[in-house]
Design a protein around this ligand. Structure first.
Ligand code: FMN
Length: 169
């Protein structure tokens, strides 16, 4: 599969099968996350791997959608301001950028293994922090269920290239 075909295949999956994910497949997806680039190679992220069945009620408390708990796993990418790179000129910490790249590696590696995912950021951040019992400086940035899709891809509604690209003159 070409990279562009992989990108086209990805969609936000909002229903999953109960089917187990082989350990080596999960390992490959986590390896893709481990190899993600981070600013100044700080690698100041953690991935919380949650077995959905064990924590169904807690998960529904942080993001209340039935489909959210229909896959075997939920993965939460967390970032830390403490060790991440900060741009001097405007004091901007890049931990959210780093964590987002990690999540995208997870999501594209999942597609490559015929698994479905869905970016989720509309979770309750405080409840999530309490539930995950994270080290103090870490905060949850994004999460996704991980499992075999039980729904169908929809057409991608996207702006045209002309709407998105500015040719600098
Ligand atoms: C940063 C980010 C946060 C998102 N948060 C949610 C979310 O909380 N719940 C949800 O159902 N979808 C969420 N989405 C999925 C988007 O709605 C989806 O990617 C977009 O509508 C395009 O559809 P597609 O992913 O199927 O191509 C999120 C996507 C991104 C990139």
């Amino acid at each position: 599969m070409s990279f562009l075909d992989l990108v086209k295949k990805r969609y936000s999956c909002r229903d999953y099968m109960k089917k187990e994910i082989p350990d080596d497949m999960l390992g490959e997806i986590l390896e893709a996350a481990r190899l993600a680039p981070t600013a100044k190679n700080s690698q100041s992220f953690k991935i919380v791997l949650i077995e959905t069945e064990k924590y169904k009620e807690k998960l529904l408390d942080i993001y209340d959608r039935d489909w959210f708990v229909s896959a075997p796993y939920v993965l939460v990418v967390c970032g830390s301001k403490v060790d991440s790179w900060v741009r001097l000129q405007d004091d901007r910490s890049h931990y959210v950028v780093d964590a987002s790249i990690v999540m995208d590696h997870i999501i594209l590696a999942a597609v490559d293994n015929d698994l479905g995912t869905c970016w989720i950021c509309a979770f309750d951040p405080e409840k999530t922090k309490n539930f995950l019992n994270l080290p103090e400086d870490f905060e949850p940035i994004a999460m996704t269920p991980l499992g075999y899709a039980n729904d169908n891809p929809r057409d991608k509604k996207r702006k045209s290239i002309d709407d998105l690209i500015i040719n600098k003159d």
